[in-house]
Structures are given as C-alpha cells and as structure tokens.
Design a protein around this ligand. Sequence first.
Ligand code: PLP
Ligand code: LYS
Length: 418
Amino acid sequence: MDYFNYQGDTLFAEHVALPTIAANFGTPTYVYSKATIEKHYRAFADAAAAHPHSLVCYAVKANSNLAVLNVLAKLGSGFDLVSGGELRRVIAAGGDPAKVVFSGVGKTVEEMRFALQLGIKCFNVESISELHRLQEVAKSLDKKAPVSLRVNPDIDAKTHPYISTGLKANKFGVDILLAPDIYRAARALSHIELVGVDCHIGSQLTETQPFLEALEKLLHLIDALKAEGIQLKHIDIGGGLGVTYDQEQPPLPSDYISKVVARLAAYPELELIMEPGRAIMANAGILLTKVEFLKPGQEKHFAIVDAAMNDLIRPALYSAWMNIVPVVINKALQKQTYDVVGPVCETGDFLGKDRELAISEGDLLAVRSAGAYGFTMSSNYNSRPRAAEIMVDGERCHVIRAREQWQDLWQGEQILSD
Ligand SMILES: Cc1ncc(COP(=O)(O)O)c(C=O)c1O
Ligand SMILES: N[C@@H](CCCC[NH3+])C(=O)O
C-alpha cells in the first residue's frame, strides 16, 4: 500500500534510509513518498475511468504542500478546497482552476469573486444564504456561477463524532429533504447555473455501506429533479474513505469506486466526482522524530520526543491512534511500555500511549500514516517552529518546505511604538 518499508533493520522511504534524512535535515520532519501519492491517486482515477466521465478532486485540506499539489496536478487531478488560501495554493502549484470544486459553509464575498474570476468548475453551495450571496457576486461580475448543492443525507458514517459530517446535527450541507425546493429557487436566479449535487458524509469511513446509502439518496434526488426539468451534469460523492492506522480494514479505493461506477451505469451522462483526501495522503507520509529523553516513573514510563501536539494534533484532538515504530530496530534492547509524549506544556500532548518499544535516548521514531491532516493541522503553539517537509522520489530527497526559523515565529508582530 505504501513505500515505507524496512530494509534489514532500517526503515526506508522508497530508496532513502530515514536516518539519512534525520542526519541531513534534522527532526521533527515530515517525510512523504511521491510514488505512494501517485499510486493512491491512480487507484481512484483508474477505478473511476470505467465510467464515461470522472474527475478526482483531491481534498487539499489533507495536505496542501505545493509539491504535493503539483504531483497530483501533473497526474490530471482536480482539487476540492475550502478557502481562498487553498485556491491560491492550487494555482501556485500549477493546478487547473477548471478542475476545482469549492466546498465550505462560510465562503466570503472575496473568495467567491476570486473563484469566479478564475473560472472554477463548481461551487459546492451549503446554504440558501450562500446561494443568494453567490448570485449577487456573480451578477456584479456579469458571470454565471456553476453550482452544486451540498446535501446532507442524514447518514451515520460510523466514525469519530468530530469528523462525521453527514448527520442532521452537523453544520454541513442542506437537509436533503429541502433540496428540491432550493434547486427550484436556484433555477430562478439569473446568475446561477445548476450543474451538480454533492455530499460528504464524514471522514475515516471503514465501510462502503454508508457511502452507497448516500449515493442512493443522491440518485433519487437527481431523478426527481430531472422529472421537473432540472438536469444535473455531475454527482460528487465527496471524500471520506478511511485508511489503516491500527486494525481497521477499510475497502480499497478500487473496490469502493467500482461499486459506485456499477451503480452509475444507468447514468452514463452524469460525471462522477470524488474528493478523497486522507486515502491519498495518510499513508504517503510519516513524521520522523527523535527520542530526547526516557523518563521512567512509578506508574508510567515516558519517551519524550522532539515532535509534539503542535506538529501532529490528531492524537490530542480525536484520541486518534497512530502507529509509532522505531526507525532502526535494535534487537539487543528490551521492550518497555511508554507513553510517547512531546515537550509541549499540555497533558494532552501525546503522540501515543502505552506503546511497547525497544528504544534508547537519541533513537529515531516514525509516526506512520501521518501524511494527511498532519502538517496542515500543525501550529506554532509553545513557540515551536513548524517541522520541515521532505518528499522522497526514488533515491532523491527534496526539501518541499524548509523548517521554520526562529524569526518566522514573530513574523508580522510589532512592539508598540512609544
Ligand atoms: C467537503 C469535503 N470533501 C472531502 C473531504 C476529504 O475527506 P477525507 O480526507 O476523509 O477523504 C473533506 C474532509 O473531510 C470534506 O469536508
Ligand atoms: N482533520 C481530520 C479529518 C477532518 C476532515 C475534514 N472534514 C483528521 O485528522 O482526521
């Protein structure tokens, strides 16, 4: 599934030994495998190619580094984004605005204007107020805004409550039962062009069933609209496919997408859009960190490492379990149970709890599956410069984001003049 493998006792990213990366670029460092990114993208694109028209719109929020976006753009990927900042990143990385779908519940006038001027593929509209704002902005520019309504199909994605998005209680999309009325109202708006429907029911889903239930509801809506003369051009099934962090066994992208394609056989005219983020990037990256201290205790032993919750917040935020492995296996050492923690002054600053590891001070650890929602969710909390990012391509290492310098920490700040 990915190109992070042990050769002998040492963990490699493609053909590069991780200790070499630590020696040359320091720690903590995110390391990505280009071949893994490409493989995961192709898994979606190839399965979807069985349908007459399809487009993978990679969810930029998962990992928005320009090099990552550029690798995907070169493969023909489109992009799902949620802010003007992400849109500017996509453009800076060579992405095609005509393959951009713009999601998010709070699009500003400036974001709408910028996206309209660039000529994006579609606005995934999430409320009636947003629809009216978009109409006004499009009118002021004398353009027609391509619109898909993000519907909330009220489906339990059976995932962590913080990353479930398709239930009535979630802020995303519009109630699917209200959708026909909204489409009818939108049809009357002079500067709106109705092109599609979309949904995204949650993230880290490990079963296909909720996706297929959502698909049925969307198709039902498409049929009902067609009967009224509202003919949509695309169906966007969102992202959300899970990955293996621990024991999860999510369906392969090819299994999931081929089921969708089979169901869409009766709709050859509909373009199929997908918005995977995690399934492309999570296992294409690791967080490389060094053990600073081992601190034995009465109740717990701690391995204090140089990466922290500011670098990788998923364990602190969602109690997410991330696999932590030694970069060099030392068979001469005894395993001990450690909480792997960072230097940040928060009790919640941990990367993993109760991990059996045979390690010494100075050893390197790799937090696996950290390529998605890792760096993008990082911060400078405790005035810690953010980590470097490296992309490995075969035997070559590219610094795709330099480690932040001390001065970066207070960039833009100003002491009061007397
Ligand atoms: C609208 C939308 N599309 C796509 C994604 C990507 O989700 P995932 O990374 O789970 O594939 C998200 C994030 O959950 C999202 O909010
Ligand atoms: N940030 C989350 C996923 C949220 C997806 C955004 N809708 C994670 O790390 O798992």
